[in-house]
Design a protein around this ligand. Sequence first.
Ligand SMILES: Nc1ncnc2c1ncn2[C@@H]1O[C@H](COP(=O)(O)OP(=O)(O)OP(=O)(O)O)[C@@H](O)[C@H]1O
Length: 433
Amino acid sequence: MSDKSFKSLGLSKWLVEALNAMRISTPTAIQSNCIPAILNGRDCIGGAKTGSGKTVAFAAPMLTKWSEDPSGMFGVILTPTRELAMQIAEQFTALGASMNIRICLVVGGESIVKQALELQKKPHFIIATPGRLAHHIMASGEDTVGGLIRTKFLVLDEADILLTSTFSKDLAVCIQKLPAKDKRQTLLFTATITDQVRALQNAPTQEYKPPLYCYEVGTVDTVAIPSTLKVEYLLVPDYVKEAYLYQLLTCETYKDSSAIVFVNRTATAEVLRRTLRELEIRVTSLHSQLPQQERTNSLQRFRANAARVLIATDVAARGLDIPIVELVINYDIPQDPDTFIHRSGRTARAGRKGDAISFVTPRDITRIQSIEERINKKMEKCDKVHDTAVIRKALTKVTKAKRESLMAMEKENFGEKRRLQKQRNIDQKSFRN
Ligand SMILES: Nc1ncnc2c1ncn2[C@@H]1O[C@H](COP(=O)(O)OP(=O)(O)OP(=O)(O)O)[C@@H](O)[C@H]1O
């Protein structure tokens, strides 16, 4: 937190009131540094840890400028996942409610026709995943996407991943429809600034103009995770991972905690969801193989605490802001240390405490070392599950539940080889739209 007020940073009075109504009254470091620069017309790279208020850092100055001239399409905000786009759209809607703000959500899995009709009404802000916005640009007429040429702002939220090859084609289509780099402001935000993002400061590209104002709070050379986040590991033999998970979720410390369990594959998410449900844990799941309506419902149930545990792939790793989450479990260790930072950052947000526990099998040692090096912190050994007799007792129950889950999945043809292959492919592309 800083000693400045939002008003002294130059935000409009109506917006300061809207922020205060959400109990956001003292700017965080990223906010007090980036808001004046953006209001001054600068392009900006903003790097700060997970849960440190980056959304307000880019939204508030844009909303202030928009309210001075609230006409036409004003800003485009691109994010890697549908759920994150939905969350940002909700925040913009809430902040701009008193000013009759018009927001259009453009994400995969929803009606293209409905989105095209909304785009024709010239919303003030478009919050989109690159794949679906690119689709509209290529498939719709000027009456739908023509207004994009007058937008004043482009935001890349989770900029590091949006600048990777996964998104490059779609991003290029979107950018080519926006005003040239000198005629718009470009804002890039992430908790994990990569060299590729940082390089934009010095090297002009066709799409981005230096010099950018670049502000990084504690993401380089210091610990890259929030100070309120406790990181621990649990050594787990591969064949009893489910029993350890059950033990951890039902141990004295976490038996009532909201938890997200991250896995690397959709098939694992499905087995775990069914197994834990058999074991009477209130569980739901989020991954790219679910229909969009189910994804949305699942997340809503978890946000509302109707489900206590969310089993998720990396579609849930970035940006999601669910204050009740107290525990993140890395059931599978991610390959990229930055993914660990984003996953773990689903807890310990905005100064709250949270725990991230990683299940480590002998195969994962190298990955854990890379993560510790990246976050600049050693993980401590988790002492919540250590009694082998207890694990052995749980094992019988958990093995039975898992067997029943697998049988049910087989009956529903979930285990079919071709389908699993498709899942693997889609899972790799799960960020695309
Ligand atoms: N100045 C503030 N004071 C108190 N709470 C704040 C402030 N700014 C933002 N918040 C709250 O902090 C939480 C985290 O903010 P936000 O989601 O923007 O984090 P983030 O930095 O984008 O994280 P991530 O890297 O995970 O996307 C939100 O619930 C938000 O409402």
